[in-house]
Design a protein around this ligand. Structure first.
Ligand SMILES: [Mg+2]
Length: 297
C-alpha cells in the first residue's frame, strides 16, 4: 500500500497581460486550482485544473471541504477506485463544471504520483503511442487582434516550423471573418494549416453561412461552431455532411458526454473530443479499451 498521508488544495490567480477575447467571452485571468498529495513513501503528486476567470473558489471549496478529506488514508495506486468514490459522493452537484474541475485536479495528482513511482512520463503510461506530435499555434488568433497582428503571428508560426495556426472567428459581420482569414492565407501560402474556432457562438444556419464564406481559404477544421449541448444542431450538421467540424472540448460531466458520443455513432462528420480542462478522468482522454466502450454506451 502507498498511503496518502496528506492532501491540500490551493488557488493561484494568474492575471493576463492583455485581455484576450473570442466570440463569447474575455479571458481576464486564469484561476489555477492546484492539488498536492503526499504519500507515506515520500512522494508528492501535483495536479491542477483551471478556469478562465470565474468559479475557481467554488472548485477550491469543493476540494477542501468535501473531496480531499476522503483521500487521506487511501491507497494512491487505486486511481480508478478513488475517482469513483469521490464521484459518488458528489452526485448532487455533478452536473456541471465545478465538480468536474475538482475531480480533474485530484485525478491528475494521482496520475502524477503513479508516474513518479514508475519513473516514467505520463505519455508512456497512457499507452506510449508516439514520440512526437505536430503542433499548431492558437495564441496569435484572438478575436480582438487586428488583422495585421493575425498575419504577423501566422508568419511567425510558419517560421518556427509549426504545422498551422488557429484563428478565432465570430466578428459581427461574417465578411469581417472572411477578410481576416483571407489575409492570413495570402500571407502564409498553401503550406500552413489554418483552423478556425467560433467558441460555440453560432446556430447551425450561421455556422453554415460562415463556413461557406471561408471555403476559398482552405480551412483545415472549424472548431466548436455550435453550443456543446446543441445535439440537434450537431445532428443536422452530421446529416448534411457539413465539413470539418470539431466539438466537445467543454464537455465534462457524463450527462453531456453521452449524448455527444452518441453523435459519433451517428457518424458525425467531424471530430469529437472530451474537455481537457474538465475531463471526467484521465483514462477517458485516451479513449481506449473499456473506457471507450463505456463512453460510447
Ligand atoms: Mg476552442
Amino acid at each position: 500500500m502507498t498511503k496518502i498521508v496528506s492532501a491540500a488544495a490551493s488557488l493561484v490567480d494568474l492575471p493576463v497581460e492583455t485581455v484576450r477575447t473570442d466570440a463569447v467571452q474575455a479571458f481576464v485571468k486564469q484561476e489555477t486550482i492546484v492539488v498536492d498529495l503526499h504519500t507515506d513513501d515520500g512522494l508528492s503528486g501535483t495536479g491542477y485544473s483551471y478556469t478562465i476567470g470565474t468559479g475557481g473558489r467554488a472548485v477550491l471549496s469543493m476540494l477542501r471541504d468535501h473531496l480531499l478529506p476522503l483521500l487521506e488514508g487511501r491507497d494512491a495506486r487505486d486511481i480508478e477506485a478513488a475517482w469513483r468514490e469521490l464521484f459518488a459522493t458528489t452526485r448532487a452537484t455533478t452536473v456541471g463544471a465545478i465538480t468536474s474541475l475538482a475531480l480533474a485536479a485530484v485525478d491528475t495528482a494521482l496520475w502524477d504520483l503513479r508516474c513518479l513511482r514508475a519513473g516514467e512520463p505520463l505519455w508512456r503510461l497512457a499507452g506510449g503511442f508516439r514520440r512526437a506530435v505536430p503542433v499548431y499555434d492558437t495564441e496569435g488568433g484572438w478575436l480582438h487582434l487586428p488583422t495585421d497582428d493575425l498575419v504577423r503571428g501566422a508568419l511567425a508560426a510558419k517560421e518556427a516550423g509549426l504545422c498551422g495556426v488557429k484563428l478565432k472567428i465570430g466578428r459581427p459581420r461574417p465578411e469581417e471573418d472572411a477578410a481576416r482569414i483571407a489575409a492570413v492565407r495570402a500571407a502564409v501560402g498553401p503550406e500552413l494549416d489554418i483552423m478556425v474556432d467560433a467558441n460555440q457562438s453560432m446556430t447551425y444556419a450561421e455556422a453554415k453561412r460562415r463556413a461557406h464564406l471561408l471555403e476559398p481559404y482552405g480551412v483545415c477544421f472549424f472548431e466548436e461552431p455550435l453550443p456543446a449541448d446543441d445535439v440537434q444542431g450537431h445532428r443536422e450538421r452530421s446529416r448534411r455532411r457539413a465539413r470539418c467540424g470539431r466539438a466537445g472540448n467543454r464537455l465534462g460531466p457524463r450527462c453531456h458526454v453521452r449524448p455527444a458520443s452518441g453523435l459519433v455513432r451517428e457518424r458525425f462528420s467531424g471530430k469529437w473530443w472530451p474537455g481537457e480542462g474538465s475531463l471526467r478522468n484521465l483514462p477517458s482522454l485516451t479513449l481506449s479499451g473499456t473506457r471507450k466502450a463505456e463512453m460510447n454506451a
